[in-house]
Write a protein that binds this ligand. Structure first.
Ligand code: NAP
Length: 255
């Protein structure tokens, strides 16, 4: 697909990678609707996108809530005059060990069910709901071709302290494969990008010594940029013979 023909919904578009995808897609001629929880952030991205070749329009919506997502897909379709692309980017993490004995008392602390559920709701249920409603809209409107990209993580391989996040991000890779098979007959391709350590507000908030420790594990010895992750999303959008696969953009971290 050519970017100027794309009408895309990006979730979590007010910050970090979602902001970069939204503005880069519009810079390259695509029309973009994005959603987020953060109203001030939405207004800032809309303002940043005002003079770009593509349209940029934001909506408040929680990807983990079924009614929000159903409304969002309709709103995005109406605002852009169609919808043929989706980036499931919104994500959160709530890290913790599964169990951890307290050094002094020996009492075993547990990862709370709330922490587990919060991450699964945004990072796995969110993409499920958005993809389901997106695919239904594409079929109902006879839109063809269409494409969707999920944003996973290096944590998909299983990262200590991230039972919830790793499960969600691995689940997204599995769903990308099966959605490729289920949805090909409707002209919908899929892809998933698994970033390593990327320079977004999450990393920018880390203590420098912790960040240095992380970067030492990366063969390319640096963090990635949001623009480098955008290149992978753009490749999946543009390459019509690509579907169902995961593109790891992690500086070699998982080699
Ligand atoms: P970010 O800067 O925190 O941006 C995520 C955005 O999603 C925020 O604007 C957030 O809004 C929004 N959001 C959170 N929950 C939402 C919900 N329920 N509904 C709608 N929007 C919601 O994070 P990022 O670093 O750009 O990460 C983007 C994606 O890449 C995530 O899926 C993350 O897991 C993945 N990833 C990131 C890295 C990295 O190194 N940064 C590496 C691998 C994968 P609020 O700010 O209002 O909460």
């Amino acid at each position: 697909m050519n970017l100027p023909d794309i009408k895309c919904l990006v979730t979590g578009g007010a910050s970090g990678m979602g902001r970069a995808f939204t503005l880069s897609l519009a810079r390259d001629g695509a029309d973009v609707a994005f959603c987020d929880l953060d109203e001030a952030g939405i207004a800032e991205v809309e303002a940043a996108g005002r003079d770009l070749p593509g349209k940029v329009v934001g909506f408040v919506a929680n990807v983990g809530i079924e009614q929000d997502v159903a409304k969002l897909i309709g709103d995005a379709y109406d605002a852009l005059g169609g919808l043929n692309a989706l980036v499931n980017n919104a994500g959160i993490f709530r890290d913790g060990l599964l169990v951890k004995p307290d050094k002094e008392t020996g009492v075993v602390r547990r990862m709370s069910l709330d922490k587990w559920n919060a991450v699964i709701q945004v990072d796995l249920t969110g993409p499920f709901l958005c993809t389901r409603e997106f695919a239904a809209k594409v079929i109902e409107t006879g839109t063809r071709p269409a494409v969707l990209v999920n944003i996973s993580s290096v944590s998909r391989h299983g990262n200590v302290g991230q039972s919830n996040y790793s499960a969600a991000k691995a689940g997204l890779v599995a769903d990308t494969k099966l959605w490729a098979q289920e949805l090909a007959r409707y002209g919908i391709r899929t892809g998933v990008v698994a970033p390593g350590f990327i320079d977004t507000p999450i990393l920018q908030a880390m203590r420098p010594e912790i960040l240095d420790g992380l970067v030492k594990r990366v063969p390319l010895r640096r963090t990635g940029s949001t623009e480098e992750i955008y290149l992978a999303v753009k490749f999946i959008f543009e390459c019509d013979y690509f579907t169902g696969r995961c593109v790891d953009v992690d500086g070699g971290l998982t080699l």
